[in-house]
Design a protein around this ligand. Structure first.
Ligand SMILES: [Zn+2]
Ligand SMILES: [Zn+2]
Length: 423
């Protein structure tokens, strides 16, 4: 019996690659507009990186990581997200400090052992950005703008919405936490099992619960917005002002949370109305305490991630591959020997060329030329060698012309390049 791929791990077949390339190219282009450099960290890290960088009492670390012991007995984990590993690398290589603001992006696979469903795989892909070294609202706003710009360039703005909230800071959050705990203790009768647990470890996370009873219970729960200290309120107001200047539409969502202590102030999601249950296409926020927690200097940070598989659902399938310029149908050993020189020359000069590896009949080679989707087909056999003229067929109009063999590759390069430039 043939072996199949692991559940939730999907082959990316040639049909899907152009859509992914389009996303990656678009992201790189937008990152270039903001002076962001690329970093690529390993997919495998010491488990400790994520325990510290995501938090022990999170669903990710408690239930969803691919963790195993390697042959030396060391606990290793396939990265479930990008930020923790990037910060580990920044601290390890002392990248921060060489410049006052680090702007980094990365793209690649992440791994979580969740129940696979539409738009959610166990190996999934993200485009990530992290800014380290600025606590200014302009940094938060630029991160949100980046996500918005990439998504709208790819799908248009119509069905996308930015939801934004502030999670406060170590000054103001404890007051909210205390009141929320008090509220929950008096309204805990219908809370689900998960929320009973969250109540003790991570009360703000309860707002994330999809359970209807929990949601009903939370209807009058205190939200952080009413507890923000003057600095946090000013910060949020300024972020919103800048977004308005950038022309990014947003709504404030008081129950949008990320429940970890080092997440501070701005948190946001970009939602698509076309994706049903898995509606979040991008998410991010500020994490001012994280770098210090990972053993680095006390450096503020803000970042975001775009979910590539979710975005693919919005994007649909793209054109399979770039059209081929030329197919060369060469018949017989002598003609084929000549053709190899031309093929080398043409490809060196940017002309896409395919040919049959086998010395098949003209009919068979013309069939292959048709399938290749090539713009032109060059036919060269014994007769053409004798006449010192090859036949060039326009595959659209079916018109044919003769080309002298003397300067054939140069003439073809000129003709096809000119036509491509004009298109
Ligand atoms: Zn505050
Ligand atoms: Zn719940």
């Amino acid at each position: 019996m043939a072996i199949k791929a692991v559940r939730g791990f999907k082959d990316i077949l040639p049909d899907e690659s152009p859509s992914r390339l389009k996303i990656e190219n678009c992201a790189r282009e937008v990152f270039g507009l903001c002076g962001i450099s690329e970093i690529r960290t390993p997919v495998l890290e010491k488990t400790e990186v994520f325990k510290r960088g995501i938090g022990e009492h999170t669903d990710i670390v408690e239930k969803e990581m691919y963790t195993f012991h390697d042959r030396n007995g060391e606990s290793l984990t396939l990265r479930p997200e990008a930020t923790a590993g990037i910060i580990r690398a920044v601290v390890e290589h002392k990248l921060y400090g060489k410049s006052p603001l680090l702007k980094l992006f990365t793209m690649g696979p992440m791994f979580r052992h969740e129940r696979p469903q539409k738009g959610r795989l166990r190996q999934f892909h993200q485009v990530n950005v992290e800014y380290l070294g600025s606590s200014e609202p302009a940094a938060d706003a630029e991160i949100i703008w980046l996500a918005w710009e990439i998504l709208t360039r790819l799908t248009g703005p119509d069905d996308l919405l930015v939801e934004i909230n502030s999670l406060g800071c170590p000054e103001c959050r404890p007051l909210h936490r205390k009141d929320l705990k008090f509220y929950l203790e008096n309204n805990s009768q219908d809370l689900c099992e998960d929320c009973q647990r969250r109540m003790k470890t991570n009360p703000m996370r309860i707002f994330d619960c999809k359970n209807e009873d929990c949601q009903r219970n939370l209807k009058f729960a205190p939200v952080i917005r009413h507890y923000l200290c003057p600095d946090c309120a000013t910060h949020l107001g300024y972020v919103l002002d800048i977004l308005e200047a950038y022309g990014v539409p947003f709504v404030q969502n008081a129950t949008l949370v990320r429940g970890l202590d080092y997440y501070t102030r701005t948190t946001f999601e970009i939602i698509s109305r076309n994706l049903g249950a898995q509606s979040t296409v991008a998410a991010g926020g500020r994490y001012d305490g994280l770098v210090k927690l990972m053993g680095g200097p006390d450096v503020p940070g803000v970042g975001m991630a775009i979910g590539v598989e979710r975005l693919l659902l919005l994007l649909g399938q793209q054109e399979a591959r770039q059209p081929l310029d030329l197919f060369i149908a060469a018949l017989g050993r002598d003609a084929r020997d000549e053709a190899y020189y031309w093929i080398g020359h043409l490809r060196r000069h940017g002309i896409g060329v395919e040919f049959s590896f086998e010395d098949k009949s003209l009919k068979a080679q013309m069939k292959q030329a048709d399938k290749s989707g090539a713009r032109y087909c060059l036919i060269i056999g014994e007769q053409e060698l004798d006449d010192e003229e090859a036949v060039l067929r326009d595959m659209r109009t079916r018109e044919q012309e003769k080309i002298g063999l003397d300067d054939l590759p140069e003439a073809l390069v000129e003709k096809i390049s000119k036509e491509k430039a004009g298109e």
